[in-house]
Design a protein around this ligand. Structure first.
Ligand SMILES: Cc1ncc(COP(=O)(O)O)c(C=O)c1O
Length: 387
């Protein structure tokens, strides 16, 4: 049809955003519980929205390009990183940080800077899908290994073999999430020890999108590891998914390369201001985390009592579960069935990697999730009986 288009792109399936614009409409006059994208359930407090509205009216000149150097924002981010990792005030500076239009943009910049035309990437599935999707768009080969089905630890033997044997092109970057999505587990000691053995010509990307929930970070390792980069985002605990702000932390030399490949004005002025205001008010915004964590534990405890479900511990703001094997009914069909029943009743969750991933919502949303999931399981069981 369009002979000027790269032939491999015709085969590629576009990333389907969640929620897509057709899913945000209310279902039968009730608002949907959107628990499928791991956002915070809470909008910014009204006083911060008012402050941002004032800034938009009074301080932002829409006819002017945004601050393309991001120095003020990078300074505030550096201060936050040092504080949250209990490091000295000047351990990380603006030279250690690059900001992106969401961490998705930084993933693409990192791929361009490391692998484009020269290397493959290694991922361990199930994991965040954007690494492979963005690599494919750039024609970067993706080497995939699996995880232990019981605790989702990476198959380190397979990973090591892949590193040693992959050629034309060799593996140049390894992507891990800490804690992983969709499985919600942090890196184990063995995984960390293995990452530390990787030679300096391999880039290690550690995605800490959920750091504020897990409170576990590897930033303390960066001073000794020039081949490591840590990704973070304002889209989750900081409640700014609509603003698209992510950042990465690394050795200044690596940062200067990532800066070379980014677009000059990648962050709109309003996004920059929103991230600054969020950082200035971090205590207020991050205060809701303890409630999210206790809600998560309650969800896990209640769901674990359902005999059909296998539910894993979570170090973050979502829960991953699977159906225990049931020989009379194919797992995938049963998961789809449950997902559709929940959606029909107003709760959006994510069917992914042979399981369901459920974001922790407000207490009211979580009560509805439990009620609707329990009803869906009961109805699935009765459908199975009558088959
Ligand atoms: C592990 C992980 N990394 C990155 C992102 C994307 O974050 P952003 O909104 O900053 O692009 C997500 C979003 O779900 C995620 O789960």
């Amino acid at each position: 049809m369009m002979p000027f288009v790269r032939s491999d792109l015709a085969q590629l399936t576009a990333y389907k955003p969640h929620p897509s614009s057709d899913t945000v409409r209310p279902v039968s006059s009730t608002q949907l519980d959107r628990l499928d994208t791991n956002e915070s359930p809470y909008d910014l407090p009204p006083e911060l929205k008012a402050k941002l509205a004032w800034t938009y009216q009074q301080a932002i000149e829409t006819n002017r390009y945004p601050d393309g150097g991001h120095e003020e924002l990078k300074g505030a981010i550096a201060e936050y990183i040092n504080e949250s990792a209990s490091l000295g005030t000047s351990v990380f500076t603006t030279a250690n940080i690059s900001v992106g239009n969401g961490s998705d943009e930084l993933i693409r910049s990192i791929l361009i800077a490391s692998c484009l035309g020269e290397g493959s990437i290694l991922v361990a599935n199930p994991t965040f899908s954007m690494y492979a999707i963005l690599a494919q768009v750039l024609r970067i080969p993706v080497v995939q290994v699996t995880r232990n089905e019981a605790n989702f630890e990476i198959d380190l033997t397979a990973a090591q073999i892949a590193i040693e044997q992959t050629q034309n092109p060799p593996i140049r970057a390894v992507f891990v999430v800490h804690p992983n999505s969709p499985t919600a587990n942090t890196l184990t000691k063995a995984e960390l020890a293995w990452l530390k053995t990787l030679p300096e010509h391999i880039l290690v990307v550690i995605d800490e999108a959920y750091f504020e929930f897990s409170q576990t970070t590897l930033v303390g390792e960066l001073s000794e590891r020039p081949n490591w980069v840590i990704l973070r985002t304002f889209s989750k605990a900081f409640r700014l998914a609509a603003m698209r702000v992510g950042y990465c932390i690394a050795h200044p030399e690596l940062i200067s390369i990532i800066e070379k490949v980014r677009l000059p004005y990648n962050l709109p002025s309003f996004s920059i201001v929103s991230a600054l205001v969020a950082l200035q008010n971090r205590k207020l915004l991050l205060d809701s985390i303890s409630q999210t964590l206790s809600e998560r534990d309650r969800l896990i405890e209640t769901l674990s009592q359902q005999p059909e479900l296998q539910v894993w511990d979570s170090a973050t703001n979502f829960v991953f579960l699977r159906l225990k094997p049931h020989h009379s009914h194919p797992q995938d069909a049963a998961l789809k069935n449950l997902n559709q029943k929940l959606k029909a009743n107003g709760t959006l969750i994510r069917e992914i990697s042979g399981g369901l991933r459920i974001t922790v919502g407000t207490p009211q949303e979580n009560i509805r999730t439990l009620t609707r999931l329990q009803a869906a399981l009961a109805s699935l069981a009765s459908e199975q009986l009558t088959q």
